[in-house]
Design a protein around this ligand. Sequence first.
Ligand code: ADP
Ligand code: TYD
Length: 218
Amino acid sequence: MNHTMRPGNFIALEGIDGSGKSTQIKYLREKLNQNGILCYTTMEPTDSPIGSMIHQIMTGRMKADPRVIAALFVADRLDHLLNDIDGIASKIEEGVTVLTDRYYFSSYAYHSVDMPMDWVIQANGQCRQILQPTVTVFIDIDPDTAIERIAKNRFHQELFEKKSRLVKVREMYLEAFRRLRDTEEIVIVDGQKKPEEIAQEIWAKVETYVRSEKKEVL
Ligand code: ADP
Ligand code: TYD
């Protein structure tokens, strides 16, 4: 990489459905902006053609084997990284800080309910090689709280949002963090607090990564 070019940070927000990821991305973006760091905010699944196939499956309009679903998420993620128009890998190389609502730990957690986690990790190997998060922030909440929050907002519960499933997904997140704690930067915050308190906790932890990244380059 060109030495004059400072790579941007890549921050992934993770959590079960309804954990408050999109709420916290807004706070984090504001904090980063206040500190002079411009951000690009994005999410997975994306709104690309692959992402819309995924949405059709999640809403029951299309059926697919769990292995096919997992592979579609990988394809969507690779497109999210590499597509010519707004691929995030090149944004990061240009020095933009990218915040994403979900990345490969979502795959590790959601698909390991049906398949061996090693398979899911391997299937995402290319994504990991292309772009590893500066830090992954996991917002941890109790699945009961998640379901209450989701029920307030939506008429239909999507395929992935049934409680028993969310219990397993949360366990798989924790298992993935245990397995990969030596090779990934992971921060876990308590998502049951007030949004502002969670935002403060996230910033206190993320700030150190953003600053140390700056120092390396200066
Ligand atoms: P996600 O993006 O993880 O699905 P959202 O940020 O959309 O989660 O939050 C889900 C719902 O819970 C929203 O209605 C949001 O206003 C609410 N919410 C988010 N964070 C909190 C919190 N800390 N305490 C209570 N409600 C919250
Ligand atoms: P969506 O409604 O877009 O997100 P959210 O509930 O976070 O607002 O649905 C995303 C769903 O897709 C969510 O249930 C998690 C699931 N998912 C996977 O199963 N695998 C993945 O790799 C990703 C990124 C998401």
